[in-house]
Design a binder for this molecule. Sequence first.
Ligand code: AMP
Ligand code: MG
Length: 400
Amino acid sequence: MCAAISVKEANELVLENSGDFGIEKLPLEQAAGRILAEDISAERHQPPFDRVMMDGIACRAGDEFPLKCLGRHQAGGKIPTLPEGNVCWEVMTGAALPHGADCVIPVEALVRKEVEISLKAGDGGARVAGRFIHPEGSDAKKGDLLLSSGITIDGPVMALLAANGYSEVRVYCRPKIALLATGDELVDVNAAVGEGQIRRSNDSMMRGVLAEGGFAPSYVAHIPDDFEALVSALQKVLKEVDVLILSGGVSMGAFDYVPSALQKVGAKKLIHRITQRPGAPMWFGIGPEGQRIFGLPGNPVSAMACGARYVLPLLKKAMHNRLANLPSEALLAETVQSMDKRTFFLPVRLEWKTGQAILIPHKVPTSGDFMHLGETAGIAEIPAGEGEVKAGSFVAFYPW
Ligand code: AMP
Ligand code: MG
């Protein structure tokens, strides 16, 4: 077992070794929620023509009223010309401005008598050249950089991709993830529970934590506390996945085979033990084919805290999301003692108070009690040995 390292060192090691999972090209309709892996530029000027912004008429600001209306020009239609003389075209929002026109007057300012259009009394000021015209190329010029790689494809990004003809788009691949729960005491959710047994909940918990970052496992299994069984499960699963998350069997117990089994299959240990509570025995390393491997302690609160503090940040970093791993801080609502030499991951509820996110420490009777964590949103990171962290201080927050 290597010496315990600090949370800061562990964080650096985990993030330095995030790697990535490659790039794939997806049809636009499958790209929402993914991370963009290419720069996006304007297909043509935007708007691509002088665009009418109001329903009304297109005319020349200098012409004398009444104007003769030449007809109706609808959005999407071929662009008409406005000949000389006191004439206009009736136009609709989104239409291209007729050639020769320099002014749009909204319908609210007009009176119409058959083909004769006059201004309403007092609306003479509506006749202003350029008003209600969205000029060609004023939003973007052809070839302008509109988006750079590394952002989440959300509503505005989808709109922009569609408007610029990106029927396919390059995105960062999500990893294939396996969850392996170790422990002889564990039974399935739907199994009868015998004496001394408990239901497996860490793999379900980890599904929930992964979902916070848009990830999902593709393989889940339960392995007994048996060295050979664990080694053969690891050999099998490591061929299939990019990321392996184990729970249990990572500490000092007689049946804690995870570190030795990982060594046996050729995984390189980078972390085993961190000066933190809960979750001190966490193991992290790299598999023979570069797989990222986490050995989380079996205690559900520990596994959850390590999931939020290390697993999710690694996955988000590997996705190249420029905004995902910005430090998130919030106001601590109550003073917390921090006499310990270990960093404390404190489960917290997240609430809004006068426009500010506040973290309310959630009292858990024992570190194994996850029955009362349902309302919590993640962990606040309380630095080691500061004496106390006062209510009103900003502390790092990691969601789960
Ligand atoms: P371990 O880290 O293997 O010593 O596990 C510590 C304790 O965590 C066990 O005794 C169980 O009570 C609990 N535990 C381990 N694995 C799980 C799991 N998959 N789901 C729920 N509880 C677990
Ligand atoms: Mg165990």
